[in-house]
Ligand binder design. Structure first.
Ligand code: MF3
Ligand code: CO
Ligand code: CO
Length: 271
């Protein structure tokens, strides 16, 4: 018997959660999003990614919640920080960010047993024009996917919406990593692909909780993993961006659990 986290499982093995479970996800998502708001104050040229990670780890302690990533499959940090051509799973370290760098910070917290997983883009110093376009398209691609979410739609509808938007802007969608179910666990069924064909894949039902987290490259979609066995980079070393929300399927659409309390999800906010 596969472990039941929600009230039942669909034939695709996807947990369905109860209406009362939304409140748990709301709290976890809000804390994760607040931390990504807080971290803005330490993003500046000259800052080491390990310093940014330490700041997040302190915030997690301050808010009395738990990091989902520290100890996860041997990972030892509160964040993944993916700079420039790093697609995802960048490991915080001594390397300093410099003017014009773009970075994704991904944080997952556990609050009362519920997982809140979100990531967004940040800029060190002045944002180059090409990077700005990449970030805008990636952000908007996430929302093209989210807008497909309602009972009766399919996961292929989400993938197709994201892929067609990205490729229409002459950028590429990473195939090697996907979103995932979450809730009482970090990573669960289904794999949420950011490409695909409308009408294919599992059908969405009220009470499903999952992430959508498209990674978009300015160049080709292929990635490779560095010798540290974590860091994923673009094979052609082109720039890559990513945004991630945790969302739930409601009776008539979706709820985003990881909305920025300060409205600063997109990095071109005025500070
Ligand atoms: N937060 C990532 C995700 O979006 C997973 C990071 S796992 C880690 O699914 F171990 F690399 F931190
Ligand atoms: Co995720
Ligand atoms: Co994440």
């Amino acid at each position: 018997m596969a472990k039941l986290n929600g009230i039942r499982k669909t034939k695709d093995g996807i947990d369905i959660y109860a209406p009362s479970d939304f409140e748990g996800m709301r709290k976890a998502g809000a804390v994760a999003a607040k931390i990504l708001d807080d971290v803005i104050e330490v993003i500046e040229p000259g800052q080491a990614t390990a310093t940014i990670d330490n700041f997040v780890e302190q915030k997690i302690a301050e808010y009395g919640v738990t990091s989902a990533t520290i100890g996860y499959r041997g990972y030892q940090h509160a964040t993944c920080i993916s700079v420039n051509h790093v697609v995802c799973h960048g490991i915080p370290g001594d390397k300093k960010i410099t003017d014009g760098d773009i970075l994704n910070i991904d944080v997952t917290v556990i609050v009362d047993g519920w997982y809140g997983d979100t990531s967004r883009m940040y800029v060190a110093g002045k944002l180059p024009r090409k990077s700005e376009r990449l970030i805008q398209v990636t952000h908007d691609a996430l929302f093209k996917g989210i807008e497909m979410v309602r009972p009766g739609a399919t996961f292929g509808d989400i993938g197709q919406a994201i892929q067609s938007y990205v490729e229409g802007n002459r950028m590429s969608v990473v195939r090697d990593f996907c979103g995932h179910g979450l809730g009482k666990v970090f990573h669960a069924a289904p794999n949420v692909l950011h490409y695909g064909r409308a009408g294919t894949g599992p059908v969405l039902e009220e009470g499903m909780f999952f992430t959508i987290e498209p990674m978009v490259n300015l160049g080709r979609p292929e990635t490779k993993i560095l010798a540290d066995d974590w860091t994923a980079v673009t094979r052609d070393r082109s720039l890559s961006a990513q945004f991630e929300h945790s969302i739930g399927v409601t009776a008539d659409g979706f709820e985003i659990f990881t909305l920025s309390p300060a409205g600063k999800f997109h990095p071109t906010y005025s500070a």
